[in-house]
Design a protein around this ligand. Sequence first.
Ligand code: SF4
Ligand code: SF4
Length: 358
Amino acid sequence: MMRVSGTDLKTFVKSAAEQAGFDLAGIAPARDAQELEYFPEWIAAGRAGDMKYLEARDEKGDLKRASLARVAPWARSVIVCAINYNTAHPYSTELNDPERGWISRYAWSREDYHDAVLRRLKKVEAAFREVLPEVQQANLTTRSYVDTGPIVERVFAKYAGVGWIGKNTCIISQKKGSWLFLGVILTSLELAPDLPTPDRCGTCTRCIEACPTNAIVAPYQLDSNRCISYLTIEKRASIPEEFRAGMGRHIFGCDICQDVCPWNRKAPVTNAIEFEPRPGMVNPALAWLAEMPAEDFRETFRGSPVRRTKRAGLRRNAAIAMGNSANAEFLPLLQTMADDEDEAVAESARWSITRLRS
Ligand code: SF4
Ligand code: SF4
């Protein structure tokens, strides 16, 4: 059996990531980067909204995500892998059909991206475990995460050389753009780290200017409470009125700050077929979503991130999008929804009726 160590091991890990289907991979040191210093401030300012999982604390009351040493003191390196999920379909900023809404590009895929990315991470883990000398194998600790880990993945992605953190707070690769799913492997292996990616946003401010709800409150700073992604997916009950007009036709997530980014102008298309869209996901008909029976919702979105907003959340968002459509043909449907048993759906429909009539 092949045995590798030292710099060969780092090369081996990267080639295992490539073989598993990742487009980019790098190694970050397992130390707390300067960006994480702002995380407690960001939480204290209420910028995470209702996303309480970001506020998970250890027994001393310290935020877990603010320090890797706190949650994985054994970790010596962080392997960060990224896979492109872009498919050959238009950007939200290129389409404007008043009968249709927008589901964020990452949520179109046939297979839930958590599963698709984790499966690949496990292959990488297994590959490098196998080539380690037996003693090292016995002492090796690894943990693979896709979104669910107690760490801020994009900070480690920057230090692993995968991409820089843009002013829109997304990881951007010079070659691949920002349509990237990230996966991380924390490991007790000491691997030589890569260099951090330099910031290439320069003087550009397109994402800040294009954001319809002014959620990028300063370069590199996102207020989740204002972000359409948060409002349409995480926010329960009614959406604050001040943001409804800005939501436009978004019914699950928002891609605008990535659609306008010059680094996505020529973003390549993925090789991973599981990220091809399910039927109906690209620019979906608003009436279809608003009238979707519970059984169809379960069937259409089985294993899809869209389930996170639940059927009521999706219908609430569709009601608001209809109100923003300037399309009076939605009025009869909205009138039915105004008596819906779900109060957020009913109240959003009433708001939309008033908006369409005015
Ligand atoms: S996802 Fe949409 S709402 Fe959120 S910051 Fe980007 S452009 Fe603004
Ligand atoms: S739009 Fe411009 S400022 Fe915003 S992330 Fe892209 S390059 Fe950076």
